[in-house]
Ligand binder design. Sequence first.
Ligand SMILES: Nc1ncnc2c1ncn2[C@@H]1O[C@H](COP(=O)(O)OP(=O)(O)OP(=O)(O)O)[C@@H](O)[C@H]1O
Ligand SMILES: [Mg+2]
Length: 458
Amino acid sequence: MRAKILIVDDERSIRELLEIFLKKEGFDVTTAPSAEHALQTLKTAEFDLIVSDIKMADMTGVDLLREVRAQNFSGQFILLTAFASAETAIQALKMGAFDYILKTENFIEELKIVVYSALENRRLKEENTYLRREFRKVHGMGNLIGRSQKMQELFKMIEVVSATASTILITGESGTGKELVAKAIHLNSPRAEDPFVSVNCGAFTETLLESELFGYMKGSFTGAAANKKGLFEVSDKGTIFLDEIGETTQAMQVKLLRVLQERTIRRVGGTEEIPVDVRIISATNRDLPTMVKEGQFREDLYYRVSVIPMNIPPLRHRTDDIPLLANHFLSRLNATMSKRIERLSDEALKKIEGYSWPGNVRELENAIERAFILETTNELSATHLPESVASDSRVNAAISIPDGGFSLEEFVESLQKSYLEEALRRSNGVQVKAAEMLGMTYRSFRHYMQKYNIEAGA
Ligand SMILES: Nc1ncnc2c1ncn2[C@@H]1O[C@H](COP(=O)(O)OP(=O)(O)OP(=O)(O)O)[C@@H](O)[C@H]1O
Ligand SMILES: [Mg+2]
């Protein structure tokens, strides 16, 4: 597609010169005789590049640059000037002009070079943004991986909320990636350069948590040898992640509520109200609404922390992500360990996909790591997967219909007989126990024993 260029100059001869020249180069050219005119034109049309004179009657080119940037113009900007003023030039570059050009005798040749490199630069930038977006679609955000519809939606939400400073509550079962999501929000936010501080509220006693979060003044308790900043102060301008917020005591909840309302903290033993500018992200795997109903969690705090609620679905509800994550963990291990395993075996993959992963991504990560360490071939086999993973898919593994067909009824009966015998062996022949093991009543256990001719002492 032809690049679109807007020329802004109040001198007609220059406008015409540039128009003729740039059109000859094959660009789609529009002209504006004043800054005001240019701003009007920009309301209805998009441009890849603006070439503007600096000195114009109604507004300087630098002011025009500031104005179009404020209106989200994302294309390139080149300034033309009759006399070199280093100050203006630097100012223009600082504000994001691509370059500036002196209107000397042969400036048109120089302009040509600068126009081409500005457009090339823009193309690369766009390509970069595009590639990043595509990459996210397939792989996720940073360390956060997922291709399922649910995760894609979550990524979109992360992008949206990252731009704001709103308070967020992340819910999800254990191991679903709550902390990773909190970090992704922080890293995508304007606060990314400032600290991300994670606090596990469930890991401290109330007093310890208080001095961790709010800090203390020298001498406020035995052992307080010097003034100490709390984590709210440490994370100023950044993000604080309050993990397991459901584990906090009622007294702590009151204190947190104050921070959320006042945006100030007071150190233990201190009197000064210290303002903090911090984005608060909380997380829990508890059911906070129920805790509110049962009086275990303050309702007012609940509303304050959950301005934007985000839920991470358990892994078993987004099975598309399982093989992707498994391979991701495998390549990460390959990169960090002094051994190489090329791939997951088909059987291993089948077992991994068939398992329900109650411990979610963390359980999967651990299972892959363990199998990786124990594996001696260059393929990750099912042999070293945890027992639970291997056996959970035993039904799937048994399902295979022979080419010539077979009697399902006979097969099920023989299976049933084997389970009865195995249960009797394990219970040392105690039939009540064996029946219990198989979730049967003693009566029906006896019935099947007779049916399959199983001896009581087996
Ligand atoms: N989508 C994902 N992509 C890659 N790794 C993930 C993903 N989700 C979770 N993980 C990994 O799984 C592990 C558990 O994630 P995380 O600690 O964020 O979970 P959590 O929800 O905070 O768990 P808990 O409730 O137990 O604290 C981490 O090692 C994390 O890197
Ligand atoms: Mg966590």
